[in-house]
Design a protein around this ligand. Structure first.
Ligand SMILES: [Zn+2]
Length: 243
């Protein structure tokens, strides 16, 4: 590969959710500085953000913190495929027989977005109905994730239950009335178990993103169970695997 090799990643949001209708980002491959990042004491999220920042070639002025999380995960998959290998293998335990299966997928194609999402009509915030309410839902950006991580680490008294935080950060409005983060926290905390499940389900149905949950088949004996396994984007993700 030539010295200045770069590649373009078409964003999942198709230019709908960034200033100037940005449709793609251009990256270089990972080099030594990114290996140093991976072995540093940074959190997994900070590592991914630093890799994205370092490898971004154009547009030079693009602020990585404004990246939507689904786009960020999508770009990371491409960077991993270009820099290491498109083949990614990990160990997943069968929930039935307990055996460890090797699961192998090709990045990014095997982890492509859910096909029932209409990416051409993507808007922010999008609306979901749950429990008789209309919720305006926004997509999460790198900046909000980094901020929530920082809060968790530095202000334990501000720490909210993880699920509450994740849902509250996404709420933009209820029945057309805009709500702020504090109000969202209050609303979510007062929700009963089932309504909160309904809201989560409604959001998941409308969400776009690279699918980090994939199906695997247990290959031990006569087990053959089809089970769901999750692709974790930690340090393991950047370790080359055979095959
Ligand atoms: Zn099994």
């Amino acid at each position: 590969m030539a010295e200045g090799y770069t590649y373009k990643v078409p964003l999942l949001s198709k230019g709908k959710l960034y200033d100037g209708g940005l449709k793609e980002l251009e990256f270089r491959k990972m080099k030594i500085p990114e290996r140093v990042i991976l072995s540093s004491a940074k959190s997994p999220l900070q590592k991914l953000r630093a890799i994205l920042k370092n490898c971004l070639v154009s547009p030079v002025s693009f602020d990585i913190d404004s990246l939507l999380l689904p786009d960020a995960a999508w770009c990371i998959m491409h960077i991993r495929a270009e820099s290491i290998s498109p083949q990614f293998t990990w160990n997943a335990q069968c929930p039935h027989c307990g055996q460890i299966n090797k699961v192998s997928k090709t990045l990014p194609n095997d982890l492509i977005i859910k096909d029932d999402i209409d990416l051409d009509n993507i808007v922010e915030p999008f609306e979901v109905e749950a429990n008789g309410n209309k919720y305006g839902i926004k997509f999460l950006r790198m900046s909000s994730q980094i901020a929530s991580e920082r809060n968790r680490n530095t202000n334990p008294q501000l720490q909210e239950d993880e699920l509450v935080t994740v849902l509250a950060m996404r709420l933009d409005s209820i029945n057309g009335d805009h709500i702020n983060y504090r109000e969202a926290i209050k609303h979510i905390k007062e929700m009963d178990y089932m309504p909160s499940m309904n809201l989560t389900d409604a959001i998941e149905k409308q969400d776009f993103g690279s699918d980090l949950e994939v199906m695997a088949t247990c290959e031990y004996g006569t087990c053959g169970l089809e089970f769901k396994t999750t692709v974790a984007m930690g340090a393991e993700f950047f370790r080359p695997t055979e095959g």
